[in-house]
Design a protein around this ligand. Structure first.
Ligand code: SF4
Length: 238
């Protein structure tokens, strides 16, 4: 039976297919961003709709103590990220207050897998109505959601849909940095695209190094060094 492709690998593929190759070869340098981890953990810890600002402050104080025990982050890195986020909490609470009915009650970090689809993943939030919801710590686009988020939602919708024997046509993306929750339709064309990407990822995991995409954002890439080494090695042989 072929190995399952993770939905996070689909996200990585959409950033650059070569990243899937390097991650599979365990050659990706670890990049830990304390603020990203804090924002995600903050959103995952939401449990009630009242006094959102107080709730967020309380969760943040707890995370400041707990996260260095869970992740390989130094308390010295967490502290400035916490102070920065503390200053943003009132705005986040104000923006999210009217959207909490979309998010709560929920199940957080739901593990899903399907041998039939050859996919697996950990969904950030199963929101009311069985709606898949992703937490993205980057900036939101001007309108709607990013293409990568749309396809990852489609992947989770496939997994949930198979489990529940239904089609999931609606998803959410949470952009806590801007206190936004955006709803998105999930189309069959995206579900089909996820399956095609799954097949390409399988080939990469079997050892095929993909070509460097022309539009790759190499200057900001964490795998740039190893990627350039591979490139110069290949030019030496061919
Ligand atoms: S350096 Fe560029 S081509 Fe290489 S993995 Fe990163 S984004 Fe892709």
């Amino acid at each position: 039976m072929p190995t399952l492709v993770r939905i996070s690998e689909i996200g990585l593929y959409l950033r650059c297919p070569r990243l899937v190759y390097f991650e599979n070869q365990r050659k990706m340098p670890k990049r830990i961003d304390a603020k990203q981890i804090l924002l995600r953990s903050l959103m995952l810890s939401l449990s009630q709709k009242s006094d959102l600002e107080g709730q967020l402050k309380e969760i943040l104080a707890r995370l400041e103590d707990e996260l260095p025990l869970v992740y390989e982050i130094e308390p010295d890195d967490i502290e400035p990220a916490c102070r920065e986020l503390e200053g943003e909490i009132a705005g986040i609470a104000q923006g999210l207050a009217g959207r909490l009915d979309l998010l709560l009650p929920c199940q957080a970090e739901v593990d899903l897998h399907s041998d039939k689809l050859g996919l697996s993943g950990r969904l950030d939030r199963l929101a009311p109505g069985g709606t898949p919801s992703l937490i993205r710590t980057g900036k939101a686009p001007q309108d709607g959601i990013w293409k990568r988020d749309r396809l990852m939602l489609a992947g989770y919708a496939l997994l949930l849909g198979e489990k529940q024997r239904t089609h999931i046509n609606q998803g959410l993306v949470e952009y806590p940095r801007q206190a936004l929750v955006r709803a998105a339709e999930i189309h069959s064309v995206d579900r089909a695209r996820v399956l095609r990407i799954r097949d390409r990822i399988r080939q990469i995991k079997e050892g095929r190094l993909p070509d460097r995409p022309e539009d790759a954002l190499c200057p900001a890439c964490e795998a740039r060094e190893i990627c350039e080494t591979r490139h110069s090695l290949a030019s030496k042989f061919f």
